[in-house]
Write a protein that binds this ligand. Structure first.
Ligand SMILES: [Zn+2]
Length: 251
């Protein structure tokens, strides 16, 4: 009898961790996009990806918010080269995506989690890393992100509960890049100059809620982009996030 119990326990132990590890749905996907995860749950999901693909994904701090939360970037690189200087020297393009500037607009964060998963776990988007390195800020306005309420954006067809537009002191981070009153903006400016991305996508709002990519003026010539803004619509691959009407709101 003791042997049978032991055998059963071994069998269960070998089955359930495997099943669990195979469920790579993002928190938003699990709820069919009715919810968006808070910052702690967002980081738990990202930590799972790092643990599963440590040679391709790294998370770094780049400062703190006004309320003392750690600002983080996620770096996805096919060969584990995570230093911006070495990446530039390799000739690969650096894409920087900045999500949740207005933290009630959460499609950028949730789509980046799914895209990262598809790049390094599912591998269906692995080819995107062949000539580029994907760097993203899961949530820039974390203090606003954690001020969650169902009433923060009542005109938005988005998640049931979402964050707030301003930061912890109600300053609009999307208006602070030049005056840099906030700790978040100062940390971002340092991050930008450290990485000097070829492409920058500031994910505040976009009427169709697909991922669009704006060629940074400074690096437009280097990256080979055309004279105007380049927009890459990802709605085909991430329709749950990008379906028209998922979210709204003005800039
Ligand atoms: Zn906005």
């Amino acid at each position: 009898m003791r042997i049978r119990v032991f055998t059963l326990a071994m069998a269960l132990g070998s089955i359930f961790p495997t099943l669990y590890s195979q469920d790579w749905r993002t928190p938003a996907e699990v709820s069919d996009y009715r919810t968006t995860p808070d910052y702690a749950e967002t980081l738990r999901y990202l930590d799972r990806i790092v643990a599963a693909a440590p040679g391709q994904v790294k998370i770094e701090d780049f400062g703190r918010t006004g309320e003392g939360r750690d600002l983080k970037i996620v770096i996805a690189s096919k060969d584990g080269v995570f230093d911006p200087g070495a990446i530039h020297a390799s000739g690969r393009v650096i894409l920087l995506v900045q999500n949740a500037i207005h933290a009630g607009e959460m499609d950028g964060k949730d789509s980046c989690l799914a895209l990262l998963r598809d790049m390094v776990i599912a591998k269906s988007k692995a080819a995107l890393l062949e000539h580029a390195v994907f760097v993203f800020i899961p949530a820039y306005n974390i203090d606003g992100h954690e001020r969650r309420s169902p009433y923060n954006r009542i005109n938005q067809n988005g998640p049931d509960i979402m964050g707030w537009r301003g930061n912890g002191t109600n300053l609009n981070l999307n208006r602070d890049y030049m005056k840099a009153d906030t700790l978040e903006a100062r940390a971002f400016l340092k991050l930008f100059h450290r990485w000097l991305p070829d492409l920058l996508r500031r994910r505040s709002c976009y009427r169709w809620c697909g991922l669009s990519i704006r060629c940074d003026l400074y690096h437009r010539r280097r990256s080979g982009c055309g004279a105007g803004d380049g927009e890459v619509d990802s709605r085909d691959g991430y329709s749950g996030v990008g379906a028209p009407g998922r979210c709204g709101g003005g800039m």
